[in-house]
Design a protein around this ligand. Structure first.
Ligand code: HEM
Length: 576
């Protein structure tokens, strides 16, 4: 037995039949997987059998150099149990004899799907209600479900098991392919890039749609500018300025019943666009101008982002014939993409023009994301700014609305949050309850219900062999609402993110791949830090200024690429 603090390793010899020597890791630490390039050792199917027999006893098993690495939960059964278990199972890695074809994965038949796609379809496999559908498919078929491809939509495998999600996500973590947004991809490659030969790399279309080396190059250029906490911190006070201006606007828009008298969704989007533009372009768009006409570029951009998510959902995630001939929805989508891009470019060009006029030298700290990227590569700067103005609007606004709703329905939590906000005297002070509230709201009402990867190699999951090219979707929202992962899952309990180990609510009891609102690894959300800063800042100001209440039936959401909160927005904003 060799001891390497803080872990205990026991290296066995080859006595376990054909098994390679094993290393038993007694303290589970995610970091070790990140440091070591570990490959899965047991087939996923085997692990599944183990987990059913001995729930959660073995956290993971990996091949590490020539060793089998078994990671044990410190608090579980004694160690000889694992020795025995390990010895009785012969490792099979991708053995064709033991696996079944992916086509045998359970799931609704083509006929079930066609019936559900017909207008007026109802029932729990209703394709138009993505949230209920995700849960219903799990209830019907279990932790792995196949949705056959039809009418141009490729087949997809849905995974509801965090450990299996982890295996795929980790294996795909060098050059991950996130399929989806195929119609946007098509537009950018076939329409936008035509005549764009002057671009430094004509294949480059942006983070949302690029893959492989082109994506990697783009991402490594923008990562330091968009993800460094130091850079993002520079926006703290101006993002707060936007939040405060929005509070003033909301107060002026309140009627006698303390409800916002204009379209609440549009208001939240005006806030998110104003905030994200500040980061992307480095200037205020003046979205809160009371004279902003309905056909202003600002309002049009908001409407376009919304329409794009809806139309892309119809083309990319639902059955559609656009891949065979130009359908009406396809033609609409191409127009929407073009218009969104033109408006984003209008704002970007205006900003570049102003920057050129200013001509003064700015310190690194004063430069916006656009300015920093312009110094590196103009094409990258323009494409990135345009993507930020697309991906950074509805995502943050829907997260704010969901958080407000959950706080409005949990007044005790809202009081606790307000008390924390009012106790803050220094901006560097930790706001742990605020963070916990946002995390909890993203667990219950995330804006993205699941993430997706296209397999670049063969996987054996639950005994089914899944070939490269198949899309695998990780059902984070459905998993996050399962009792086995988070106790009392439907309750809004920010405390679960704060209590210590040993408490049954402790969030660390859940597998880390259950809940991943910003995705995973090198391809995870590039706007995460900006989004968090915006959300924390605005939510603080909202709760500091208003006692938020909700009346009437529960808030409804609908899926249109992302989760949208639908009308009515029955919020009451009383003075706090
Ligand atoms: C609450 C707010 C947000 C949520 C929940 C969210 C969530 C996500 C998720 C789940 C992904 C996929 C990650 C993966 O494949 O592993 C993603 C990707 C992305 N997000 Fe966000 N996002 C948010 C806000 C933003 C903002 C504000 C921006 C703009 C700065 C942004 C820009 C992007 C981009 C460009 C990608 C593609 C990254 C890549 O493929 O390299 N997001 N986001």
């Amino acid at each position: 037995m060799v001891r390497y603090a803080p872990f205990f390793f026991l290296r066995t010899s080859m006595i376990w039949n054909e098994l390679p020597p094993a290393v038993f890791l007694f303290r589970y630490d995610m970091a070790i997987f990140k440091r070591q390039a570990c490959k899965p050792f047991f087939s996923e199917h085997e692990r599944y059998q183990w987990c059913c027999k001995y729930p959660r006893a073995v956290m993971n098993t990996y091949l590490w150099e020539d060793c089998q690495l078994v990671c044990l939960r410190k608090d579980k059964k004694p160690f000889f149990f694992y020795l025995r278990t390990t010895a009785t199972h012969t490792p099979i890695v991708n053995s064709a004899q033991q696996t079944k074809s992916w086509k045998e994965i359970p799931g609704p038949s083509l006929w079930d799907l066609i019936k559900q796609a017909l207008p007026g379809a109802s029932g729990d496999l209703n394709l138009t209600d993505g949230l209920k559908l995700g849960q219903a498919l799990y209830d019907h078929y279990g932790p792995i479900v196949k949705l056959d491809g039809f009418l141009g939509r490729p087949p997809i495998i849905l995974l509801y098991d965090p450990e299996q999600c982890a295996q795929v996500l980790r294996s795909e973590n060098w050059l991950p392919i996130r399929s989806g947004f195929q119609s946007l991809d098509y537009y950018r490659r076939n329409k936008r890039n035509k005549g764009n030969e002057n671009q430094s790399n004509p294949d480059m279309t942006g983070l949302l749609t690029d893959h492989g080396e082109t994506w990697k190059k783009f991402r490594s250029t923008v990562n330091p500018v968009l993800l460094q906490p130091k850079t993002i911190k520079l926006y703290t006070s101006i993002i707060d300025e936007v939040a405060q201006d929005m509070i003033v606007r909301m107060k002026s828009l309140r009627g006698e019943n303390n409800m916002i008298q204009s379209d609440f969704e549009m208001e939240m989007n005006l806030w998110s666009l104003e905030s994200i533009a500040l980061v992307a372009l480095g200037r205020r768009l003046r979205c809160f101008d009371s004279h902003l006409p309905p056909n202003s570029p600002e309002k049009r951009l908001i409407q376009l982002v919304h329409d794009i998510f809806e139309t892309a959902d119809k083309l990319d995630f639902k059955p559609s014939l656009w891949r065979y001939f130009p359908t009406r929805a396809y033609k609409k989508a191409m127009k929407l993409y073009e218009e969104q891009e033109n408006i984003a470019r209008f704002f970007i060009d205006k900003t570049i023009e102003e920057l050129n006029k200013q001509g003064t030298r700015k310190s690194e700290e004063e430069k916006s994301v656009l300015e920093k990227l312009l110094e590196i590569n103009k094409d990258v700067a323009v494409i990135m700014a345009s993507d930020v103005l697309f991906a950074g609007v509805d995502t943050t606004s829907n997260t704010i609305t969901a958080s407000l709703y959950l706080l409005a329905n949990n007044q005790d939590k809202q009081d606790k949050l307000r008390a924390e906000i009012l106790s803050i005297t220094d901006e560097n002070q930790k706001r742990s309850y605020l963070r916990a509230c946002v995390k909890e709201s993203m667990r219950i009402m995330p804006v993205v219900s699941g993430n997706i990867r296209e397999a670049t190699k063969e996987y054996v999951i639950f005994g089914y062999s899944i070939p490269p090219g198949i899309g695998i979707s990780f059902m984070h929202q459905a998993m996050s609402m399962m009792e086995e992962h988070y106790p009392r899952p439907t309750e809004f309990l920010p405390e679960r993110w704060l209590v210590k180990k040993g408490d049954p609510l402790y969030h660390g009891n859940a597998h880390p791949f259950v809940n991943q609102p910003f995705g995973f690894g090198v391809r995870s959300c590039i706007g995460r830090r900006i989004a968090e800063l915006e959300i924390y800042t605005f939510l603080s100001r909202l709760i500091q200024n208003f006692r938020v209440e909700w009346f009437g039936p529960p808030m409804q959401t609908k899926v249109a690429s992302i989760n949208y909160i639908t009308v009515p927005h029955n919020f009451i904003f009383k003075d706090a």
